[in-house]
Write a protein that binds this ligand. Structure first.
Ligand code: KIV
Ligand code: NA
Length: 256
């Protein structure tokens, strides 16, 4: 069995070559993506993409653990990181550790991701000192969408910069930067020692991530404008369903 990419290996890619990441929520998709990425993120975006929820707020620890375990089973090579859902880490570092430990032990993933900058630095440090690798997430924070009134590009350069420094100093192994001006993520990438993984944050991050269903054109809902579509899977699915229905109605399937 091929050895999985490790977190230190991902950290060493900064300055060497761009880091490649995609989301995965299920074993079959994880197995298709496995060879092509450095790490797979089991994102809480699954709430919106898979479960039809209006935001990521309704995603539970149990959902993250079930899908995280599926992605670990479906992959062999990629490093797997699992999102901590809303409500599972904000109350206290202790609560965060208990839930992160469940995610790691029940899924077999390499580490967790949580949203937040300066306000989460203490929690990140607490987790990292106790053996939980943390991928941070600054800029647009989807779990705060209710508070800020939607999914909006983040423009407060000094705040985002301070957040990025705070999570790096707290021991995060890398940080996602979501929906910021490219000039801001370029500056962060130059200033902090850990890799930056951009989504809607320009080309100068140390790596890139997209929601796979957006990238392959599987979703039917809203897709952010920064997404590049590499396939139109929804067309194949629609065509297949249409042809199947026609065949059944016309007794062309099954064959005698
Ligand atoms: O939930 C998610 O998919 C994410 C990435 C898009 C960064 O947090
Ligand atoms: Na997320």
């Amino acid at each position: 069995m091929a050895k999985r990419t490790t977190i230190p290996q991902i950290m060493r890619l900064k300055g060497q070559r761009p880091i490649v990441s995609l989301t995965a929520y299920t074993a079959p998709l994880a197995s298709l993506l496995d060879e092509h990425v450095d790490f797979l993120l089991v994102g809480d975006s699954m709430g919106m993409v898979l479960y039809g929820l209006p935001s990521t707020i309704g995603v539970t620890l149990e959902m993250m653990i079930a899908h995280g375990a599926a992605v670990v089973r479906g992959s062999k090579k990629a490093c797997v990181i699992v999102d901590m859902p809303f409500g599972s880490y904000q109350a206290s570092p202790t609560k965060a550790f208990e839930n992160a430990a469940r995610i790691m032990s029940e899924t077999g993933c390499a580490g967790v991701k949580l949203e937040g900058g300066q306000e989460m630095a203490e929690t990140i440090k607490f987790l990292v000192e106790r053996g939980v690798p943390v991928l941070a997430h600054v800029g647009l924070l989807p779990q705060h969408a209710n508070q800020v009134g939607g999914f909006l590009t983040q423009r407060d350069e000094e705040k985002i910069l301070a957040d990025a420094h705070a999570v790096a100093n707290a021991g995060a192994f890398a940080t996602v930067i979501e929906c910021t001006e490219p000039a801001i993520s370029r500056r962060i990438t130059n200033e902090i020692a850990i890799p930056t993984i951009g989504i809607g944050a320009g080309v100068d991050c140390d790596g890139q991530i997209l929601v796979t269903e957006d990238m392959i054109g599987q979703g039917t809902g809203y897709v952010p404008s920064f997404v590049k579509r590499y396939a139109e899977v929804h067309e194949d699915i629609t065509k297949a369903a249409h042809n199947y229905a026609e065949d059944v109605r016309n007794k062309r399937f099954p064959k005698a």
